[in-house]
Design a protein around this ligand. Structure first.
Ligand code: AMP
Ligand code: MG
Length: 345
């Protein structure tokens, strides 16, 4: 067990961030807020530091990490140039997109086990930026959850998962985007989407034209297609409850969910929208927000999955979404949470 220091900060000027940065510089692990989800950071240049991330999360050691930086100059020392990098960085950095480059091998090999590429992101969150600056090193940081749990979007999720397993936890506001970053591989031509996230395919294509989509994203893993982003083969985001996605017109989803609810003799939770909530007159019904506001739906998804676990339901019946815009990332995470148990209606 580690002694975990909790830094509840009031803003990015809070002096406690100096202590958190010192922990990183000394090779320790610190969880911190970003605009996507909370991350668990360590010095990306130190193998011993990076090893502690895998240990704290119980993360499979072949699942590579994203390195976080604050300036374009930081990028220079880490990776080779790639097509479209300037346009993408100008349009979306700092922000919720991770870009994959050919690595210069500067970071510890444990960051990208067995790969010659490196995933890099420049977060926009003021606290994340300040912590990276104060640390003075690139920070390797996956989501700050125990491996297999939904990514944390609020400080208490991190405290629940990682107390005793990391050296520090910086607590600030809720993560705004609420889903992990988009991952775009610039070593492929045209660039390939490996994970949908906070920056949509439509937004990327409006800047650099048509991109490729990793075929594994469109299929179930059981179809035998290996995803290119190594970590994508693991069932992330799994709550304790058995999740089913019901997908179809809103009217059909409501009627199917109602009939499934009535037929079940287990404790059932329903994950719906503001528009449909009144159609489910039961105990454990949680809305993600308005169906007209997919950013809101995305930002509430993980914390709502965790809430169902807190309530202790056996089954979650979740309404599905069209895969346009943010809908693509929402459905990707929902499908994974459900282990691809999707009922089309
Ligand atoms: P997390 O930080 O937990 O959201 O996970 C990071 C994910 O980024 C991994 O699971 C991989 O899917 C992906 N990733 C990181 N580095 C690379 C890389 N060099 N090539 C392909 N995918 C990567
Ligand atoms: Mg993760």
């Amino acid at each position: 067990m580690k002694k975990t220091r909790i830094f509840k900060i009031i803003d990015e000027k809070d002096e406690q961030l100096l202590e958190a940065a010192e922990i990183i510089r000394n090779g320790g692990t610190v969880a911190f807020p970003t605009e996507t989800v909370y991350g668990l950071g360590a010095n990306a240049l130190s193998a011993e530091a990076v090893d502690q991330i895998y240990a704290a999360k119980g993360r499979p050691s072949d699942n590579p990490l994203i390195v976080h930086i604050t300036t374009k100059e930081d990028l220079e020392g880490l990776v080779e140039h790639a097509p479209f990098e300037e346009a993408l960085m100008d349009a979306f950095w700092p922000g919720a997109i991770t870009l994959i480059f050919k690595s210069k091998g500067t970071v510890a090999a444990r960051v990208t086990p067995g790969l010659d590429t490196l995933a890099v992101r420049m977060p926009s969150h003021v606290v994340a930026k300040k912590l990276i600056e104060l640390s003075g090193v690139p920070i390797a940081a996956p989501s700050a959850n125990l491996s297999g749990k939904p990514s944390p979007t609020q400080g208490h999720h991190v405290i629940d998962d990682l107390t005793g397993r990391v050296d520090g936890i910086v607590i600030y506001e809720e993560s705004e985007v609420g889903l992990e970053s988009t991952i775009l591989d610039l070593t492929q031509t045209p660039p390939m989407l490996l994970r949908p996230g906070g920056i949509t395919v439509e937004a990327i294509e409006s800047v650099i034209g048509k991109i490729q989509i990793d075929p594994a994203l469109e299929k179930k893993m059981s179809d035998g297609i290996q995803p290119r982003a190594p970590g994508m083969k693991y069932t992330h985001y799994s709550p304790e409850a058995d999740v089913y996605v019901i997908l179809g017109s809103v009217e059909n989803m409501i009627s199917k969910i109602n009939s499934m609810y009535k037929e079940s003799n287990q404790t059932v939770g329903i994950m719906c929208t503001d528009e449909s909530k009144a159609s489910y007159p039961y105990d454990h019904v949680l809305s993600l927000g308005s169906r007209d506001n997919l950013e809101e739906i995305a930002s509430n998804l993980f914390k709502t999955l965790r809430k169902f676990d807190e309530i202790g339901v056996d089954i979650v019946l979740a309404e599905g979404y069209d895969t346009l815009g943010m809908g693509k990332a929402i459905m990707n995470r929902l499908n994974k949470a459900a282990g691809y148990q999707v009922i089309k209606v």
